[in-house]
Design a protein around this ligand. Sequence first.
Ligand code: ADP
Ligand code: MG
Length: 724
Amino acid sequence: THEVEHLKEKLISQAQEVSRLRSELGGTDLEKHRDLLMVENERLRQEMRRCEAELQELRAKPAAPCTGCEHSQESAQLRDRLSQLQLEVAENKGLLSELNLEVQQKTDRLAEVELRLKDCLAEKAQEEERLSRRLRDSHETIASLRAQSPPIKYVIKTVEVESSKTKQALSESQARNQHLQEQVAMQRQVLKEMEQQLQSSHQLTAQLRAQIAMYESELERAHGQMLEEMQSLEEDKNRAIEEAFARAQVEMKAVHENLAGVRTNLLTLQPALRTLTNDYNGLKRQVRGFPLLLQEALKSVKAEIGQAIEEVNSNNQELLRKYRRELQLRKKCHNELVRLKGNIRVIARVRPVTKEDGEGPEATNAVTFDPDDDSIIHLLHKGKPVSFELDKVFSSQASQQDVFQEVQALITSCIDGFNVCIFAYGQTGAGKTYTMEGTPENPGINQRALRLLFSEVQEKASDWEYTITVSAAEIYNEVLRDLLGQEPQEKLEIRLCPDGSGQLYVPGLTEFQVQSVEDINKVFEFGHTNRTTEFTNLNEHSSRSHALLIVTVRGVDCSTGLRTTGKLNLVDLAGSERVGKSGAEGSRLREAQHINKSLSALGDVIAALRSRQGHVPFRNSKLTYLLQDSLSGDSKTLMVVQVSPVEKNTSETLYSLKFAERVRSVELGPGSRRTELGSWSSQEHLEWESACQTPQPSARAHSAPGSGTTSRPGSIRRKLQPSA
Ligand code: ADP
Ligand code: MG
């Protein structure tokens, strides 16, 4: 019994232990924990939802007022930050749900363990019942055995045996109990782990909550900032409005002031207007009386003007008288000036090198000029430099106009009644015809002179009446022919005027009156045609004949009836080249002799004129005889010596320039004259003289009768002749 008691006690304590274990293990605690977590979870979820809602609200709010404002950037930053935070929240949510899942799993496992525990407990209860039943059976057996005393010992034995069985069962159950306890310990361990996990999840939740709080505060701050900015913007706007308003008020004030000024001005203008109207009325009255006044004034003025005109008229008469006297004086002075200046001038013109000059050393240039003195020309003759001084030298660059400029004054003096001669002298091809006639595109002196005369006459048309006539003639082999006549072959004679004036005239020489440039062209054309039809080789012919254009300008002074006659003789001379000793025969020789004679005669006449000799040998050639009027007295002469620049012509060039210099220097004093004449009688000249074999040496002795001075060129040449 003692043993039974003991077992009972043990059983009770075991039962207690089991119940304690159950209460210890009891899912209630764990469940409570889980519930708590769930609740916590739910609360967090709600909080999160609220946060999201707020966020949404905040996001919606600032969008409207802040578009384009300077804080939009900041707000965008904030928004970015917000979206970042949202992302983090989402992450945290994920984490939370993971944790929730874990908790769920753990609760599931707990439920399982509980189930297993229940099973164990049920098994234990069964075992206990079985054991208690057996115990009761044993008690009953013991009781029945006690009643039957003798066999009791035996019974006891059995009981003992049975009791050992029980003991075994007990030990078994103890072992099982042990096992269960182990299991419980294990469960506890698991529970502890789970608790730890739970704790960590708690911590995480706390962390998340702190983060959420931080985000919230940040959001709040951003919101506050935004509000502040909006406030400041609003203030700015109000300030601007106020300023604008103040300005407008000031302007209004100024306008008002202006208006007031204008008003006062208007008030002062009104009286001015009144006085103006008064003035106007007064003037009106005065104007009514004006015509009468004007008539009176006109009458008196007319009378005054009449008087003045009479005075002017008488003055004019006086002036006219004076003018005429002055005119006479001017002519006298002019004559004197010309006399002083020398009325014979010699210029040279060098033509440019042309294609006809060919190429090679023969066509090289042999003529140079002095850049500082336009009256000097240098010639390189057979390697020797020779220089000449003339009145003027035109280089090959000189234009037709340049040359004309030089002779212009001479030509206009025709209008004043002077006689003028212009000669072109030089070897064939040196540019004589170019200078005198020129080309249609670039006319020479002939046409330019006539044009100038026309324009000058036109200018004087109010006081003078002029007629200009033109004749053209040719002298070939000492025969004079009319180039404008119907019969150009007819020989013309030079006669003394029958009126006893001593003037010469050519009966039958055609004279055309010209009034315009077209007229001149017609005359020239006619003369040209006549010459061309007459001679098959015009070039050759023209180089051996002298061509003359004679322009006569006759004027009558309308006021005085004074008459003037001026003659302009433009002469394109025959070529001055000398024919070689052996080269010439027959007609060629005769031509050469005639040319030589007439050119020599011209030189002699000019020389005689310039040296003012008493006798001038005009009659030695047809040319000088014809031009007698125009060479003597106060008439003027210009000799244009044409020069070819090329090497092969240097001999002729030298000869031409010597001729030019001789003609020019005749006027010099007697001492120098002699030396100049010496240079004229050069070797070339002698050669030429001999070549020509002049049958009439007296042609050069023209000045013999009454010449008197031995220094005359003719005499010198005559002296030299025997040596040839
Ligand atoms: P000349 O009458 O002395 O025989 P030309 O007047 O017929 O000589 O001239 C010979 C050539 O040289 C012509 O073809 C002419 O056009 C040309 N000539 C002469 N002088 C000039 C010049 N100053 N400028 C241009 N060409 C010229
Ligand atoms: Mg010619």
